[in-house]
Design a binder for this molecule. Sequence first.
Ligand code: XUL
Ligand code: CO
Length: 435
Amino acid sequence: MYPPGIGKVEYKPDASASETLVFRHYDSQQEILGKTMEDWLRFSVCYWHSFRGLGSDPFGSGTIKRPWEDDTDSLNNAKRRLRAAFEFFSKLGNKYWTFHDRDLAPEGETLAETNSNLDEVIDLAAGLQKKTGVKLLWATCNLFSHPRYMHGAGTSCDAHVTAFAAAQLKKGLEVAVRLGAENFVFWGGREGYHSLLNTDVKADLDHLAAFYNMAIAYKEKIGFKGQFLIEPKAKEPTRHQYDFDAQTVMSFLHQYGLTKHFKLNIEPNHTTLAGHPYEHDVIFSSAYGMLGSVDANTGSPDLGWDTDQFPMDIRSCTMVMRTVVEQGGIAPGGLNFDAKVRRESTELRDLFIAHAGAMDSFARGLKNAANIISEGVLQKSLNTRYLSWNSGTGARIASGEATLEECEKFIMECGNPNPASGRQEHFEAMFNHYI
Ligand code: XUL
Ligand code: CO
């Protein structure tokens, strides 16, 4: 049993400040605005950080020892680790998990050998999913770690590499079908550039679109019903990642006629790397009906790295949940904790506390968001700010009926505009009332 001494995380609303291995707010079956908390939040644990990450960083090796690890990359270790993960999920009470293909099983000398290693672990995963009821929120392919992907995968300058990535993706989609994945993610690992001198950006983007078209064709062929998601990121590991932010990805999809096949998986730590506020990409993608899922994490805004910390800030969680509730939910996506405990947080207990604390932060965010939405005070003030668009010249401009001549006539008759106060501080103070 892993870990010894830690049982199921319980809902305990009156827990004291030092009791951090409980849910004070997350009560999975509690109804909020017509849905259970579990259904609104759809929490998922990510396998790579929580079960493959052992605290290494670019400056030092791992600091974390897990009781199930034997320090080998063997299939036996892979299976023991997977069993430990499902035990962790059962104790935590999350209903979903996510992984990259290469997190699960070791890569062999050839693609055939790699696929057969993967099949062995996938058989076990299918059994564990069935036994525990934990489902696969999304699968993805790791198309960035192996040295062959040093120039990218779908955007590599070497077509042989792109063909390898496509072959890997074919298997990844088959695995997604086998395990009933509800989504499939494309994160553009090394799809980007370090120098514009050695890069043909138009060729790269054309090739990336062709790569996606092959994925769509195979998805349809094998009957994969999950949602395709693209995960924007501004930089890291490349200097400029092509999927820079939500608006960039949406225009790429539009440009190549791919919009209807994808939604976005927004990771707020990536959004802040783009220089935007935490909730910016969540709001932008949702505004266009493209918010599919969230990699719920945070960075340290003063650092500018992708530190993948557990989201513990109630204000940010409230902003995200407000958008999620306003769009009617996040399904078939979810809130996936693409987050890792700090390398100094070396105990297994820390892994539990990190997840429980982040789940509780989002549960509080959900409750706050529900209050904001049901009271409608913020929305009313926002509507007032835009009132001039509801009638007269405003309504005619918005509907596309107005002309420049008509606007000129309107100004001649009505004179200079006199815009009202933006009342930003009023909005901020109202928002704080709910936190
Ligand atoms: C990297 C990142 C990835 C994706 C899946 O920054 O977020 O782990 O979520 O490949
Ligand atoms: Co992510």
